[in-house]
Design a protein around this ligand. Structure first.
Ligand code: NAI
Length: 255
C-alpha cells in the first residue's frame, strides 16, 4: 500500500486529504506543528530537515506520495513567515524527500497553490524572483519591508506554482509526477481568520465564486486524491483549479 506524507495535516484541507487518502488505503504520515505523526516547523531549514528525517525513518526510506498543504494566510504573524512556510516549506521539503520518492512505487506529489496566484501573473512582484532563485533571506526581508501580507501570500503561491511546473519538466524522466491544485475560497480556519480580519475581511467576504458558495475541504481533497491515484498516471505539471469558477471569472480572456 502507498505511503504518503501530508503537510498541514492537522487542519482544514490537509486534514481532509489525510482522511480521504487513509480511506483509500494509503498509510499517511501527517506533518504539522501539532497533532501529527511528525511534529515539525516548516518555517525554517532546520525544521524542514527535521521533518524529512522523521518521515524517511517512518517510511523506512521509501515514499510513494507527498502532498504539501501547510500554509499561512493573510493573518499570519508576518509576511516573511508566509514566504518561508508557503514557498520554502514546500520546495525544500520536496527536495529533501525526493530521494525517498524516487524509490517509491509510481510516486506522486501534489502541491496546494491558490487561485490568488493567477492575479500575481499579471503583475509579478520582485519577491517572486528571490523565491525562485532560492534566496530565502532576501525574499523574507523584502516581504517584511513591504509589509503587505496579501501580496506576500499571492507571490508565494505564484512562485510555488512556477517552481513546481519547472520541476515537473525536470522530474518527468525520474517517474515522480508533480501537480498543483489551486483552490478558491474554502471554509477552513485559515479562511475564517481572513474573513474576520479588519484589513482584509470585507474583500474576502465579498469574493464570491460564480458557483455562489465557498468550497469545503473535502472538495479540494477529492482533486488531490485523484492526482495521487493511478487514474492520474498521465497528469503531470498541471494546475487544477478547484474554485467554483473564480479563475474563470477573473481571467476569462486568457488561460
Ligand atoms: P488551515 O489553517 O486550516 O491549515 C493549515 C495547516 O498548516 C495547519 O494545520 C497549520 O498548523 C499548518 N502549518 C502552518 N504553518 C506551519 C509550519 N510552520 N509548519 C508546519 N505546519 C504548519 O488552512 P487551510 O485553509 O486548510 O490551508 C491549506 C492550504 O490551502 C494552504 O497552503 C493555503 O494557502 C491553501 N489555500 C487555502 C484556501 C482557503 O480558502 N482555505 C484557498 C487557497 C489556498
Amino acid at each position: 500500500m502507498s505511503v504518503t506524507a501530508v503537510t498541514g495535516s492537522a487542519s482544514g484541507i490537509g486534514a481532509a486529504v489525510c482522511q480521504q487518502l487513509r480511506a483509500a488505503g494509503h498509510t499517511v504520515i501527517g506533518i504539522d506543528r501539532h497533532q501529527a505523526e511528525v511534529i515539525a516547523d516548516l518555517s525554517s531549514s532546520e525544521g524542514r530537515a527535521n521533518a524529512a528525517e522523521q518521515v524517511i525513518a517512518l517510511a523506512q526510506g521509501k515514499l510513494d506520495g507527498l502532498v504539501c498543504c501547510a500554509g499561512l494566510g493573510v493573518t499570519a504573524p508576518s509576511s516573511s513567515l508566509v514566504v518561508s512556510v508557503n514557498y520554502f516549506g514546500s520546495t525544500e521539503l520536496i527536495e529533501l524527500l525526493s530521494p525517498a520518492l524516487k524509490k517509491g512505487t509510481k510516486p506522486a506529489i501534489t502541491i496546494i497553490g491558490s487561485v490568488a496566484a493567477s492575479q500575481q501573473a499579471a503583475d509579478p512582484h520582485p519577491m517572486i524572483d528571490l523565491m525562485l532563485s532560492n534566496d530565502e533571506q532576501a525574499a523574507r526581508a523584502l516581504a517584511d519591508e513591504l509589509g503587505q501580507p496579501h501580496i506576500a501570500y499571492a507571490a508565494s503561491k505564484y512562485a510555488l506554482t512556477v517552481h513546481c511546473r519547472r520541476l515537473a519538466v525536470k522530474t518527468g524522466s525520474t517517474g515522480i509526477r508533480l501537480n498543483i491544485v489551486a483552490p478558491g475560497a474554502v471554509e477552513t480556519p485559515l479562511h475564517e481568520a481572513s474573513k474576520n480580519d479588519p484589513r482584509f475581511g470585507e474583500a474576502v467576504r465579498n469574493f464570491i465564486a460564480p458557483i455562489g458558495r465557498n468550497g469545503q475541504p473535502s472538495e479540494i481533497a477529492d482533486a488531490v486524491s485523484f492526482l495521487q491515484s493511478p487514474q492520474a498516471a498521465f497528469v503531470h505539471g498541471s494546475i487544477i483549479y478547484v474554485d467554483g469558477g473564480m479563475d474563470a471569472m477573473m481571467r476569462n480572456g486568457s488561460f
